[in-house]
Design a binder for this molecule. Structure first.
Ligand code: ZN
Length: 328
C-alpha cells in the first residue's frame, strides 16, 4: 500500500484568499491525519493567466500558516514532457484525436441538430472530428469520451464529504480538450498526470472543482493510472453570495495574523481546534479532522478491504461512503 499523499495545487493568478486557504488547510489536515505526505504543486499551466511573483507569495502565505510541503514544490510549467508523453499514449490507443473546430463550428454543429447543448457556459462537444478532419487544420487535441463499444462514459464516484456522485461524461461534457488550440496543456490532463506522478492518494480541494472529477477519473482509466479518493471542501461565499475567487477580486487573507486566518478556515470546515500558537492550533485541528473524516483502522479486517487502501484504485469500491460524516 503506498503511503498516503495529499496536495494543494493553486494557480498562481494572485495571492491566496480566505477560500483558497480553506482548501490548503483541509488538504494539509487530511495528509497529517492519514500520517501521509503533503505536497504543493503550482498549477501555472495556463501561463497567460499567471501573475509574476504570485507563486512566491502563495508559498510565503502557506509558510506563515505553518503549512510546509514535505517535498520540493512542483511547477506545471516544467512538466510539458510528461503531458506530451501522456497525450502520445492516448493517441496510440485511439483515445485522443485532433479537432479542427472553432467555438463557432461547435455552435453550428449543434444548430444543425436543432439544439445547443452547454454546461456551465461551456459547449458540449458534439464529436465532429472523431472520425477525421475533412482536410481542415488541426487546432486542439481532445479525449474521446465513448467506451470502446461506442456507448456513453458513465462515471460513478464517492466523495468523502458529498457522498455518491455520478456523471455521464459523454452527454454532460463530450470529448474534452487535452491540448488547446494555442498549444497550452489543458487543466484536466495536467492534473491527472501530476497527481499520478506525485503519488497522490487523497485529493482534497474546493467544491467548485468537484464537477471535474468524473472527467479526471475517465482520463486516469485511459492512462492506466490509479484513482485517488476525493473530498471537496465547502466554498467561502462573498457578501453577495458569489463564490469567493480571484476572478471576482477576492483579496489576500491577512497572513500577518495566521492564527486568525486559520481559525476562520477551520470554522468553514467545521473543525473545532484550540491553541494559542499556529503549531498548537494545527495539532488540535488534525485531531478534529481525523475524528470527522478519517475512519478508524480496524486491525482485524484484512488489508484489501481497508478504506484507505489505494491499491484498490477504485473509489466506487472504496469503503469511504457512509464512514465520513458530511459537514454541517
Ligand atoms: Zn472538432
Amino acid at each position: 500500500m503506498p503511503r498516503p499523499a495529499g496536495r494543494f495545487a493553486p494557480s498562481p493568478t494572485g495571492p491566496l484568499h480566505a477560500g483558497s486557504l480553506v482548501a490548503a488547510l483541509a488538504s494539509w489536515l487530511d495528509a497529517r491525519a492519514l500520517n501521509g505526505r503533503w505536497l504543493v504543486r503550482i498549477e501555472d499551466v495556463d501561463m497567460p493567466r499567471c501573475v509574476a511573483g504570485a507563486d512566491t507569495l502563495i508559498l510565503a502565505q502557506l509558510a506563515a500558516c505553518g503549512l510546509h510541503p514535505d517535498e520540493p514544490v512542483m511547477w506545471q510549467s516544467q512538466r510539458s514532457l510528461a503531458y506530451s508523453s501522456a497525450l502520445q499514449q492516448l493517441q496510440q490507443r485511439g483515445m485522443a484525436f485532433a479537432c479542427a473546430c472553432s467555438r463557432r463550428d461547435i455552435e453550428a454543429a449543434w444548430q444543425v441538430s436543432g439544439q445547443l447543448r452547454t454546461r456551465h457556459g461551456e459547449l458540449v462537444y458534439p464529436g465532429t472530428c472523431r472520425h477525421g478532419l475533412n482536410g481542415k487544420e488541426p487546432r486542439a487535441q481532445r479525449l474521446r469520451c465513448t467506451t470502446d463499444e461506442g456507448s456513453d462514459v458513465l462515471i460513478d464516484w464517492t466523495d468523502r464529504r458529498l457522498g455518491p456522485q455520478t456523471q455521464n461524461v459523454t452527454q454532460a461534457i463530450g470529448d474534452f480538450v487535452l491540448q488547446r488550440a494555442d498549444g497550452l496543456w489543458a487543466y484536466q490532463l495536467a492534473v491527472v498526470v501530476d497527481d499520478a506522478a506525485q503519488g497522490i492518494t487523497h485529493v482534497v480541494r474546493g467544491e467548485d472543482i468537484a464537477d471535474n472529477t468524473a472527467r479526471q477519473i475517465h482520463l486516469q482509466r485511459q492512462l492506466g493510472l490509479p484513482t485517488p479518493q476525493y473530498l471537496h471542501t465547502p466554498l467561502v461565499l462573498a457578501a453577495d453570495g458569489q463564490k469567493l475567487s480571484k476572478q471576482n477580486g477576492a483579496s489576500a487573507f491577512d497572513s500577518s495574523d495566521p492564527l486568525a486566518a486559520l481559525r476562520m478556515a477551520g470554522a468553514v470546515l467545521g473543525i473545532e481546534a484550540h491553541g494559542g500558537t499556529v503549531a498548537d492550533w494545527l495539532a488540535s485541528a488534525v485531531q478534529s479532522w481525523a475524528a470527522v473524516f478519517v475512519p478508524p483502522l480496524v486491525p482485524s479486517l484484512p488489508a484489501v478491504s481497508g478504506a484507505a487502501d489505494q491499491s484498490a484504485g477504485d473509489v466506487d469500491a472504496g469503503g469511504m461512503s457512509g464512514l465520513a460524516k458530511p459537514l454541517p
